[in-house]
Design a protein around this ligand. Structure first.
Ligand SMILES: Nc1ncnc2c1ncn2[C@@H]1O[C@H](COP(=O)(O)OP(=O)(O)O)[C@@H](O)[C@H]1O
Ligand SMILES: [Mg+2]
Length: 250
């Protein structure tokens, strides 16, 4: 399997405070990575620094072999539009547009496919995530779980190399969260590389590997292997992860 993301000697400082120190890791195409750590350990900063949302202070971030760390604003926004997808804790959909219009917008903006093809792709994504029946709805009239599903569709409309998430289930109740998590797992099983920040053991236990941050350093990594939905194995994974985290005082 090919390396899809390579992070080398990444550092990030805000004025005189160093938030990330010499971060090094690689992600292979098709992996699902969870990033965990105490609040303030640098998880969001790391995610933004490796996804083209923000620039590291130093170091390299290679996505499909191309270093995105030092790109200018125009090239960086092209990376965000074309190469990566992003889901946050809140969906940040545009309030005056329907669900469908929110999803197709980045596709039209990129302009690589015809409007018809973008619409077709949006339909397929909405069917896959179970929101096709509310495609025309005003976003003020849909639930939090549906909004998050729509945000996932929007993030995937340009078929990104990597889907990033910063606590994508953090604002959802546990059953809604599970549905969104199943979708993220499906997307990963279809081949999209997934990297998400989470504090939730149930979410991280679905990942192939867990990276634990402490004070801006990679403190430890845990390999769980590919998730297959088997209930017995799921509880074993959760228990393994829980015990691993407990030793770190998490
Ligand atoms: N824009 C910023 N300016 C200054 N300090 C920041 C900024 N963003 C994050 N930090 C600091 O960086 C550290 C890590 O923050 P963050 O990455 O948000 O942690 P986490 O996501 O793990 O909770 C915190 O101490 C935070 O105060
Ligand atoms: Mg954070």
């Amino acid at each position: 399997m090919e390396t899809i993301l390579k992070v080398e000697n990444l550092e990030k400082s805000y004025e005189d405070t160093q938030v990330l120190n010499d971060i090094n890791f690689e992600v292979v195409e098709g992996e699902f990575i969870a990033i965990m750590g105490q609040s303030g350990s640098g998880k969001s900063t790391l995610l933004y620094s490796i996804s083209g949302m923000d620039r590291p202070t130093s170091g390299n971030v290679l996505i499909c072999g191309k270093d995105i760390a030092k790109l200018d604003d125009v090239k960086m926004s092209a990376v965000r539009l074309e190469q990566v997808g992003f889901v946050f804790q809140h969906s940040y959909l545009l309030k005056n547009l329907s669900i469908r219009d929110n999803i197709v917008l980045p596709g039209f903006k990129l302009g690589k496919l015809s409007r018809e093809q973008v619409n077709k792709n949006a339909d397929a994504l909405m069917i896959k995530t179970g929101i096709d029946s509310i495609a025309g709805n005003d976003i003020k009239k849909v639930s939090g779980g549906q909004l998050q599903r729509a945000a996932i569709c929007r993030a995937l409309i340009n078929q990104p190399d990597i889907l990033f998430g910063d606590e994508p289930t953090g604002a959802l109740n546990s059953s809604t969260s599970r549905g969104v998590l199943d979708i993220i797992n499906d997307i990963n099983l279809d081949g999209t590389t997934v990297i998400i920040v989470t504090h939730d053991v149930k979410v991280a236990a679905r990942a192939d590997r867990v990276i634990f941050l402490m004070d801006g350093n990679i403190h430890d990594k845990l390999t769980l292997g590919k998730y297959d939905g088997d209930e017995e194995k799921t509880s074993y994974r959760e228990k393994t992860l829980y015990e691993w985290l407990e030793k770190k005082g998490f």
